[in-house]
Ligand binder design. Structure first.
Ligand SMILES: Nc1ncnc2c1ncn2[C@@H]1O[C@H](COP(=O)(O)OP(=O)(O)OP(=O)(O)O)[C@@H](O)[C@H]1O
Ligand SMILES: [Mg+2]
Length: 509
């Protein structure tokens, strides 16, 4: 890639309106041949919409897209793929009931001389493609059974098999383990050697700055600027994204932790059929009102499982003792935990968090409708008041509370789920990686909210895939490694280094 590289894609005056929302307003910029071009912007800025236009997912828009100087108007993803553009969506898109190989060759199945599906040939080809990507799964494995990181590589393999010139990756790392992220970086490096042009979306500035040649910033559907990565900084990009200074959240005011609200004694979670036997083993800790307790650990360390145990949502019945407000509890179902004052924002928004068929309003009020009930009937005005409060407070970007939740951008869906649980006035709030896919401005807002909730006496347990986040927000941090608690740090003594050390020790004898 060099400065004079010709544009491979030119976006010219592209506008896209959805009912009540202008998702893109007269956006124009070029993508150079062979570059890695990041698209940055807050939740709802229009990033995914633009990528969907380029890849033929959205076919109805104003303006023009030129591919190698030729005006293109794709009637669907097939046409875009044939022209050399593939997309890996923010919410992955494999057919879960089909094998990895079948997904890779979906719609382009290899056939034998006699016209039968040539499974063997497809599996061999798939295996080879996957091996190039350091993905060592069986090509026969069902896509639905794969880890997100591997699913993503299956999508990349598919793109490679299509001889893609332009690969669009929409928040590819938001669900990956640290090791998978490194692997993805190597894959990206290899794609670049093959001169694949990459359009990359991420909310993580370190990643954007590590990978990009150039960065285009969108705000509220408008193009703000395209910048050379080497000539700008994360601070500048963030400022351009939000159009205002983000106030650093001041956690300097120490909070006063109160009574112990939750006590966990020797909690163990069986892991049937697995060599390790225990998903969690002898985990003990206390949680006080008014504090944020961070749980650190690598992916697979048991962070989510721990929260699920506390929320009555674990697959197996945990052993050991959980005391809530001094009383022993054992929840068999989240509804019991909710009734006792525990709320949880889950990590997997698409599967567990949102009710896709429902509106924004219903998604927010679903757990708290009784608050709006009078004489057995929901009073809409009351419901509206608290829904509005949440939409305002978390700056949920929506054309209105009656919009379907799935019409919101990824990050805004996440805010809705958090808002729903805030309304339940929980005593203990469990947040499982709540800021994944959430933009910087909304993150700051969320931190402020957490601080405020703590000051009102709520106790929060937080996991995060980003260590700096845990370090900023937590009063104390517990570290899990392979289901065992290996360390506990006070805010003043915790460092990334110490935490990584404790997260990677092998805790089992
Ligand atoms: N199918 C749709 N129907 C109605 N509105 C939509 C639809 N898809 C997107 N929008 C709206 O268009 C705007 C841009 O959404 P988009 O998904 O492009 O944002 P994004 O920049 O990708 O955000 P995020 O970082 O949260 O993924 C948002 O206001 C969103 O609610
Ligand atoms: Mg998006």
């Amino acid at each position: 890639m060099n400065e004079t590289a010709k544009p491979i894609v030119s976006i010219a005056h592209v506008t896209k309106q959805f009912p009540g929302v202008v998702a893109l307003a007269d956006v124009s910029f070029d993508v150079r041949d062979g570059e890695l071009h990041s698209i940055c912007g807050e939740n709802g800025a229009g990033k995914s919409t633009l990528m969907k236009i380029l890849s033929g997912v959205i076919v109805d828009y104003e303006g023009e897209v030129f591919l190698k100087s030729k005006s293109m108007k794709f009637a669907g993803t097939r046409e875009a793929e044939a022209a050399g553009i593939s997309i890996i969506h923010q919410e992955l898109n494999l057919v879960e009931q089909l094998s990895a190989a079948a997904n890779i060759f979906l719609g382009r199945e290899k056939r034998t001389r006699f016209g039968f599906l040539d499974d063997h040939e497809m599996e061999l080809a798939a295996e080879k493609l996957l091996a190039e990507l350091e993905c060592h799964i069986s090509p026969r494995a069902l896509a639905g059974s794969l880890r997100v990181g591997d699913q993503q590589l299956v999508e990349i393999a598919k793109a490679l098999s299509l001889n893609t010139d332009i690969l669009i990756m929409d928040e590819p790392t938001s669900a990956l383990t640290e090791a998978e992220v490194e692997r993805l970086y190597r894959v990206i490096e290899r794609l670049r050697q093959r001169e694949v042009t990459i359009l990359y979306i991420s909310h993580k500035m370190d990643e954007v700055f590590r990978l990009s040649d150039r960065i285009t910033v969108l705000r509220d559907g408008e193009l703000v600027k395209t910048l050379d990565c080497a000539a700008t900084s994360p601070t500048e990009v963030t400022r351009l994204m939000v159009g205002r200074e983000i106030e650093a959240v001041d956690f300097g005011q120490p909070r006063q932790a109160g009574e112990v609200v939750l006590e966990v004694d020797n909690l163990s979670l069986p892991w049937p059929g697995h060599a390790r036997q225990w998903r969690l083993q002898d985990v003990s800790f206390q949680l006080r009102s008014g504090e944020v307790l961070g749980i650190a650990g690598l992916m697979g360390a048991g962070r989510t499982e721990l929260l699920e145990c506390l929320f009555g949502a674990s697959e197996e019945v945990p052993q050991g003792c959980i005391l809530l407000g001094g009383e022993s509890v054992s929840f068999r179902h989240p509804s019991e935990a909710k009734a006792a004052g525990i709320a949880m924002v889950t990590e997997d928004r698409k599967r567990l968090g949102i009710f896709a068929e429902m509106s924004v309003r219903e998604n927010i009020s679903i757990c708290t409708l009784q608050k709006a009930v009078q004489a057995g009937l929901v009073v809409p005005a009351r419901e509206q008041t608290f829904v509005d409060k949440i939409v305002d407070r978390l700056r949920v970007k929506t054309s209105g509370p009656e919009s379907r939740i799935t019409s919101l951008s990824g990050g805004n869906q996440q805010k809705t789920v958090i808002g729903r649980w805030l309304l339940t006035d929980p005593q203990v709030l469990l947040l499982d990686d709540p800021t994944r896919g959430v933009d910087v401005g909304a993150k700051a807002e969320l931190y402020r909210l957490m601080d405020e909730l703590c000051r009102q006496g709520i106790a929060i347990i937080l996991t995060s895939s980003e260590l700096p986040e845990l370090l900023t927000v937590s009063d104390r941090i517990l570290v899990l490694s392979e289901g065992v608690l290996t360390a506990s740090f006070d805010r003043s003594e915790a460092t990334e280094h110490k935490i990584m050390e404790a997260a990677t020790v092998s805790a089992r004898k």
